[in-house]
Design a protein around this ligand. Structure first.
Ligand SMILES: [Zn+2]
Length: 204
């Protein structure tokens, strides 16, 4: 009996640790919004949250980037996914990756198409607002969020997982900003196992 209780306690502790790991990797505020958008797909294992125009529309409305009842086409979906992957590319710079000209061009195009303008609210605070509606406007708001996120102190902590097949966006809360994989529990162990197998192969 004591063995079983210890085992259950261990499971519970592991569960709590995993929950904390997950929370720690999630950014808040505008950086959190950018992270949430990039992580609408798990590149490695799926699923894809933005699988069709309806799910894209639902996501954008839920995150107050678009009003409900707007027409969303397949072309809009393609545009939104392209912007998402361009943002992933730009976040890669925080992990020491090269930023590709195509990603830069995609983000500049999204800003242009949405007709982003600086607007001052009643309280005197400035923000970037798109003139375009629909998904084009929503992508403009996403670019504006990225613009604001880059000025946030948490920005450089937002990184891409070092695994080429994963590329999950995670918030690196380690003291010296040295985390390379999204969770040690999953990707870190996967990397370790791969290195172990490679060493074993070289050794044998
Ligand atoms: Zn990962």
């Amino acid at each position: 009996m004591p063995v079983i209780i210890t085992y259950l306690q261990k499971l519970l502790v592991m569960h709590i640790i995993n929950l904390n790991m997950a929370d720690r990797e999630t950014a808040t505020g505008v950086v959190g919004l950018v992270q949430a958008y990039v992580n609408t797909v798990d590149v490695q294992d799926g699923p894809e949250e933005l699988s069709d125009p309806n799910t894209l529309s639902a996501w954008l409305v839920a995150h107050e980037l678009m009003e409900s009842g707007q027409t969303v086409t397949e072309a809009d979906l393609k545009h939104a996914v392209a912007v998402r992957e361009a943002i992933r590319g730009v976040i890669g710079a925080n992990s020491g990756r090269r930023v590709y000209p195509l990603d830069i061009a995609t983000l500049n195009e999204a800003a242009t198409v949405s007709r982003l303008r600086a607007r001052f609210g009643a309280g005197g605070k400035a923000r970037l607002e798109p003139e375009a509606g629909g998904v084009a406007g929503a992508m403009g708001r996403m670019v504006a969020a990225l613009f604001a996120a880059m000025g946030d102190e948490d920005w450089t902590r937002l990184k891409l997982c070092g695994s080429q097949t994963c590329r999950w966006a995670f918030c690196d809360r380690s003291r010296n900003h040295s985390s390379r994989w999204c969770t040690m529990a999953t990707c870190g162990n996967r990397q370790k196992a791969r290195r172990f197998r490679e060493r074993a192969r070289v050794g044998g």
